[in-house]
Design a protein around this ligand. Sequence first.
Ligand SMILES: C[S@@+](CC[C@H](N)C(=O)[O-])C[C@H]1O[C@@H](n2cnc3c(N)ncnc32)[C@H](O)[C@@H]1O
Length: 487
Amino acid sequence: MPTLYDTVPYPTLPSPTTHPDTLATLGRLFGLAVAPLERCRVLEVGCGDGGNLIPMAHDLPGSAFVGIDLAERPIAHGRDRAAALGLRNLDLRALDLRQMPADAGAFDYIIAHGVYAWVPADVQEALLALIRRHLAPHGLALVSYALYPGAHLFRMLREMMLFHIRGIEDPRHRAAQARALLHLLHDAQTEDTAYAHVIAEKLHRFSTVPDEYLTHDILNEHYAPCTFLDFVEHARAHDLRYLADADYFSMHPGGLPGAVRTHLQALEETPLLLEQYLDFMRGRSFRRSLLCHAEAAVQTPHPAAMDALYFAAPVETPSADAGTPAAVATLRGLRGHSIQTGHALTQAVARHLGDQWPRRVPFGELLDVARPHHDDAGTSADALLRVLLLGLYRDGFLQAHTYAPPLTLTPGDRPEASRVARHAAEASAVVPNLHHQPVTLGEDDRDLLPYLDGTRDRAALEAATGFTPDEQDALLARLARQALLLA
Ligand SMILES: C[S@@+](CC[C@H](N)C(=O)[O-])C[C@H]1O[C@@H](n2cnc3c(N)ncnc32)[C@H](O)[C@@H]1O
């Protein structure tokens, strides 16, 4: 029977935090012997039209990917896309997760993004049971869900919207009327109240969200947010253990005022309770939680894990500080997180990451950068670097990865863009880059990208697109910085 996802498609985009790279990185950090990305089995439950799995399967041809979804139309659409790309390592199946065959085998990584909170209770149970049954012994699963306390505010609006659209059947009309109510609510606020702020913030948020998302994420028949500890307990009832949040930074009080952090220090010995309070402090409304088997031997994150990882950060330095490494410099990293440091080694490492961004830099290369600045007789350069990188990762200043795609920052004579991006650009301005991020192309980028197949030099590209070599250089530099060009 067709579901609402058949009649109102939910276009799935590549989601970098659900990529097995995120799971493998955190798995290694916590001491699990996770499978290498180049040879692993991945299952996505509720994969929609495969928009998340297709770029993964394309970029990791030595690994096997399976996607299941109840809705047949999106699966058929995804299969067409996969066939057009000639993907042999992706199996998309129209299947109720409750009917997952027992002999489907074990998966190193299982993704269930945007499913758990939007299905009835028996499907929630079946999802966790499926994960327990099909997760490899050292495997990791990512489950995302709507979260209290932030979801209380969505729930408040949802209830008013559902009341307003009661009796309306047509999904487009329902979404339009739900939006209309939100505008009316906004216009009705004449005083500076907490209620007015919530309405204004949600109106702003929904203004960038297409109707499809409003229909499925907010107006869905099922919407069951929970607290973090309730989710952890539910997983435990299925012999699954909460390992970490996909966003490692969020597990720590970084970014909160000093007085609040001091208060929360009392919870350091009870990390689950600490995370629950952090949700309260931040008013969080969504989580991506990583689960492993209850029996898995988990360790406390250790700096030694850094040796096998790659690092990336869009580090910026105010121009006045450039070239004066000994002075105290302010360095801005990921999501605007800043550090102030006079430590020459730290500055050199951070600046190198900024120069290389968005390339993922291996530990060994950072060690080469760090060594000339190492003047601490008591600790070796590599030990110092490990501790530094783990701290910067925990503080949200940089990304850590287990995998570095072969991208280039300097386009050659015959530039080549990822095939999956070229293919996507034929139908949409939003394409996956080599880091599994959705990138919105400008009009000129989109005109050039399909011709970047590695066979055309600048003259051939000019003949095909009309862009002069200078114009091509400017466009190629931008595409390279967006992680779209292959080495
Ligand atoms: C909100 S969408 C999320 C899609 C995608 N994972 C994403 O995040 O973009 C939820 C998906 O779960 C699927 N789904 C719901 N119940 C299911 C079930 N019992 N078995 C398999 N898939 C199911 C829906 O068809 C839909 O594609």
